[in-house]
Design a protein around this ligand. Structure first.
Ligand SMILES: Nc1ncnc2c1ncn2[C@@H]1O[C@H](COP(=O)(O)OP(=O)(O)OP(=O)(O)O)[C@@H](O)[C@H]1O
Ligand SMILES: Nc1nc2c(c(=O)[nH]1)N[C@H]1C(S)=C(S)[C@@H](COP(=O)(O)O)O[C@H]1N2
Length: 309
């Protein structure tokens, strides 16, 4: 477990100014008590590492004090900007969740005038408060990377009976592992093979949603055969549909191969789980995920109410 030491806690009455170090702070539901940046928004608490401070000192050829870049918490032990959205930091009761890495800087800021080259827009990170409490200088924050939970459900009567090997489920797993692996995001994948059976699918979907899966991908059973029931079962469960993704895919691939238009694939959201219903063949899985993957990070943020554009 990576541990991050709090070197300084800083607050200011106004925005756009340096923050003044204090020995301890109360973290409330809206941020640092008495700090100008507290409020009902997503950048309630800002963190900057001494690792970044040192970089700024080298770049500007001068020294800086804790709080000079307007950060609420100055830390040591982790290059914070390498964290991912939804990662958490915990010390005692206090839990902070990362909502933004870096920031667009506005011109004419006092900090920029004082510092010259401000490191906050690039290496500062911003959090919302998940659980309030007190923080003191020298407290240790545990860094808790957010696991992305994935459930992959293959529906295939024939693969289930062992007539052929399920290649599509493992292919979904591979593509998602590759994608999140490149971004250094830890993932857990549960892969299940069931026949084209409504009750079994319903049970597996409910289990995955209860288990707070971030992403549920099904493969198989999207066609118009009598045993193809996947979209019908998923549709009943969804809180919200996301029609655009599958419409684009049908249009894009169906205009070249008309049979691709026969898939009734759907996508949507149940709770905080994103659900994607894909056709059965490996080729289709590849085509569908190629289009879906570029939307995943933003979708995960949106369902977790980190709607930052
Ligand atoms: N899980 C799987 N692993 C490997 N190949 C599969 C799998 N499911 C289907 N296929 C292959 O994909 C092709 C299409 O199969 P089929 O029409 O039975 O799929 P399906 O389950 O009905 O999916 P859909 O109707 O959603 O496209 C077939 O060649 C089949 O062998
Ligand atoms: N909690 C919190 N602290 C913060 C910020 C923020 O958005 N939230 N912005 C930082 C940046 S990049 C600067 S320049 C200053 C002032 O930012 P602002 O004028 O956008 O509030 O506060 C810093 N501290």
């Amino acid at each position: 477990m990576i541990q991050v030491t709090i070197k300084s806690l800083n607050l200011s009455e106004k925005k756009g100014t340096v923050k003044t170090p204090v020995g301890s702070v109360e973290i409330t539901e809206t941020g640092v008590k008495d700090d100008a940046h507290a409020g009902h928004w997503h950048r309630q608490v800002s963190l900057l590492g001494t690792e970044s401070l040192k970089k700024a000192e080298e770049q500007n050829n001068r020294t800086f004090q804790y709080g000079d870049f307007g950060e609420n918490i100055t830390t040591e032990g982790l290059e914070l900007y390498k964290a991912n959205i939804l990662d958490r930091f915990q010390a005692g009761n206090v839990i902070l969740e990362v909502t933004q890495i870096g920031k667009k800087c506005h011109k004419g800021c006092e900090i920029m005038k004082i510092s010259g080259n401000c490191i906050m827009p690039v290496e500062g990170i911003f959090c919302r408060v998940i659980q309030p409490g007190e923080l003191r200088v020298n407290d240790v924050l545990q860094y808790i990377p957010r696991q992305i939970k994935i459930a992959v459900i293959t529906l295939s009567d024939r693969a289930y009976k062992g007539i052929y090997e399920d290649k599509s489920g493992p292919y979904v797993t591979k593509m998602l592992n590759d994608f999140f692996g490149e971004a250094n995001r830890p993932v857990t994948v549960e892969q299940i093979l069931i026949p084209d059976d409504e009750t079994m699918l319903e049970n597996e979907l409910n289990r995955a949603v209860e288990n707070e899966a971030d992403i549920i991908v099904t493969t198989g059973g999207t066609g118009i055969g009598s045993r193809d029931i996947t979209p019908d079962v998923v549709k009943r469960l969804l809180d919200k549909e996301i029609p655009g993704i599958m419409e684009l895919i049908r249009y894009k691939y169906g205009s070249v191969k008309p049979n691709a238009l026969l898939s009734r694939s759907i996508a949507g959201v149940k709770g905080k789980s994103l659900i994607y219903v894909l056709p059965g063949s490996v080729k289709a899985v590849n085509e569908y995920l190629t289009e879906i993957i570029p939307t995943l990070n933003h979708s995960i943020r949106m369902v977790n109410d980190v709607d930052v554009h």
